[in-house]
Design a protein around this ligand. Structure first.
Ligand SMILES: [Zn+2]
Length: 218
């Protein structure tokens, strides 16, 4: 393992542990990855995040050709990560969670509309894509399609995927989408209809975020 790759593995571990500690990765669900030389590094399948070690972050090539024959098994969603990296040269890191509030919304098949300006972190209203079985190419295609022009997508009856130019940015979008999903569910539970921001205002906020460097190049 090169020194640089060791550092990247450690970054993946740090991100996964932080998301787990924040309650966004219940019961070993979710996975985290980032681009590396020749491919990407993704968390192993079925390892409790508190025990995740850099050695349990699995290197896969791009284009992905299958699971490695030895060593820890990569996350069951490695196809989804590979498909997103192939489709989105601007993406260098991916976070997938079953975070409770966003997943509740996804289980109702509902989009997250542009009701708060922080939705600009996701690039605009977050689509909810149709259900497909976990780990399949069909789910990977839905994730790619739903992420078009966005940094987040809801997967029906499943969870959330967020992307970024860095692990920290993908992680920040995951936290914010969970936060906004909670606010949106609170509005719905109160019987209130949120007032939505229009496209012009969204573009203005996105431009301001770019000025502040919150979105990065992607
Ligand atoms: Zn999942």
């Amino acid at each position: 393992m090169s020194r640089a790759q060791g550092d990247l593995r450690q970054e993946v571990v740090v991100a996964a542990r932080a998301l787990d500690a924040a309650g966004l990765m219940p019961n070993k669900s979710g996975n985290v990855s980032c681009r590396s030389a020749g491919g990407f590094l993704v968390t192993a399948s079925g390892v409790p995040y508190a025990q995740l070690a850099p050695e349990q972050v699995v290197q896969l090539p791009l284009p992905a050709a299958g699971e490695p024959e030895t060593g820890p098994r990569p996350s069951s969603e490695w196809r989804m990560h590979a498909a997103i990296y192939a489709a989105r040269p601007d993406v260098a890191a991916i976070v997938h969670t079953h975070s409770p509030r966003a997943t509740a919304l996804a289980c109702a098949g509902r989009d997250l509309p542009a009701f708060h300006y922080m939705i600009a972190l996701a690039g605009g209203a977050v689509r909810c894509m149709p259900y497909a079985t976990f780990g399949t190419d069909a789910l990977a295609r839905y994730a790619v399609d739903g992420l078009a022009g966005r940094r987040a997508v809801l997967l029906a009856n499943h969870g959330v995927v967020t992307v970024g130019t860095t692990l920290q940015r993908a992680q920040a979008v995951a936290v914010e989408v969970e936060n906004m999903a909670g606010q949106y569910l609170d509005l719905l539970a109160a019987g209130l209809a949120p007032r939505l921001l229009d496209e012009e205002e969204l573009r203005r906020v996105i431009a301001k975020f770019e000025d502040y460097g919150r979105l990065g190049a992607g």
